[in-house]
Design a protein around this ligand. Structure first.
Ligand SMILES: Cc1cc2nc3c(=O)[nH]c(=O)nc-3n(C[C@H](O)[C@H](O)[C@H](O)COP(=O)(O)OP(=O)(O)OC[C@H]3O[C@@H](n4cnc5c(N)ncnc54)[C@H](O)[C@@H]3O)c2cc1C
Length: 70
């Protein structure tokens, strides 16, 4: 029997997992397809040894400023 599904997410990376989370919160049926053996493949397996953090500088510094006020 044919089962229809409204939403298909291609890729279980950061973006795909985030979309899946919010669809789940809304109770919307969906399926996520990932070609790698596990989700979050880039974060698990791709590394530049000299590259450790990608964050907007102002979010990092504003977090430090918030912590200083506490
Ligand atoms: C070498 C490298 C090192 C990095 N290091 C860092 C770091 O240290 N810190 C940091 O914050 N960010 C890092 N990044 C950036 C971070 O990985 C990306 O910003 C983030 O993963 C992007 O998420 P995304 O979901 O858009 O894409 P991706 O994480 O690339 O996810 C896309 C997913 O879709 C899957 N996919 C693609 N095509 C298909 C298909 N046809 N069918 C099924 N599945 C498919 C892929 O296998 C993949 O899992 C790095 C990136 C690279 C390339």
């Amino acid at each position: 029997m044919l089962h229809k599904i409204d939403t298909v997410i291609v890729g279980g990376g950061q973006a795909g997992l985030a979309i899946s989370y919010y669809l789940t919160q809304e109770g919307r049926e969906h399926v996520a397809l990932e070609r790698a053996p596990a989700v979050a493949n880039a974060w698990r397996n791709q590394r530049w040894d000299s590259f450790t953090l990608v964050t907007r500088s102002e979010s990092f510094t504003s977090e430090l400023a918030t912590n200083r006020k506490c």
